[in-house]
Design a protein around this ligand. Sequence first.
Ligand code: CTP
Length: 420
Amino acid sequence: MTQRILLVIGGGIAAYKCLDLIRRARERGMSVRVVMTKAATEFVTPLSVGALSNERVFTDLFDLDDEREIGHIRLSRSSDIVVVAPATADLLARMAGGHANDLATAVLMATDKPVLVAPAMNPRMWTHPATRRNVALLQADGIRFVGPNSGEMAERGEAGPGRMAEPLEILDAIGAVLSRGATSAASLAAVPQMHVGPLSGRHVLVTSGPTHEPIDPVRYIANRSSGKQGHAIAAAAARFGARVTLVSGPVAVADPDGCTVIHVETAAKMLEAVKAALPADIGVFAAAVADWRVANAGVEKIKKTATQRTPSLELVENPDILRTIATNRAQRPSLVIGFAAETEDVVEHAKKKRKSKGADWVVANDVSPETNVMGGERNTVHLVTAKGVETWPEMLKTDVAEALVMRAAEHLSRNEAAAE
Ligand code: CTP
């Protein structure tokens, strides 16, 4: 049976790709009926769309002829799937808000068919909290997403997540949704959500928090790390569509949504959990791992006695988790990011650590008590790479996380594009 697509074209520069999408869909024997927003007609003409789809193109909710002949309710249900491409930030916002003030949004409100959305916008607009909120709302409503991809934007000098998925990717996604037999909006709840975002299909491994090294069963050596920065990185990677494994030392912050969290106490256990979680595309080593552990931690509580002198602790060095993973050829993540917690000569120490530990990037931060970085909400970081040092302005740790993860996503896609 012919598969029928109702294609809603939004007003973005990627609208031109819809011409190719229509052509390829028809080559595969599908029928394509098109609704264009007013803005879309500024980018491609209804005439060329109509010529390729071989169908009348609908643009206006108040076109009485259309209402008499077909009506937006019938139009919205006369297909097997509704595809929105390109879905601009504005169109996503209107969909999330339940607007129905033009034909495109009215059709999307009235449909009882699965809806697949191919976002396309500037990277900053895609990562804007308002867009993140709207995407989360739409996903919760059972709307499917394909893309966006990362790469160069139409605007010169802009790169990042926001490029519309290619027509063939959209066709594959259409096929995936239809083959799952999800024929109504309600039955879509049973279909597992595809990961959305620039890290879709990637595995990101993050260490976070301090480690606790036991002295005896009741005492331990620790540090002031709160885990806020590492946890925020894991959360950002999950929002960007990655599968995330977070290996966390003992912290008071909650497990971030959408991540597999492995709780450990000691550096040795953290290394074990990290190794078990490999392979990963990106490794972010944000944990403040204790450098030393007690050589022979007491099995029983160490007691004060009248005769014995104050006990002294013999320390041995812990394994360096970052170095172990960064220098492990067999399963090294494509991008290894370390942190450097320093109290003086921050950038110089970080540069040395990047080399000595084999990391690609090091995020350096000043953890002197007066900065309130350890335990606080804000951070001022320097990103040390092979190319040089960037000093970022003081930001919330959640913003540092978002910016870092976005950079990592861009780096991976740029490297892969270069390798092709
Ligand atoms: N790190 C690690 N395993 C360790 C020690 C550190 O994985 N046993 C990682 C941290 O997660 C961080 C980086 O190495 O990504 C640097 O940690 P930092 O505490 O700044 O440096 P140290 O290696 O501990 O060096 P020093 O204490 O001498 O500054």
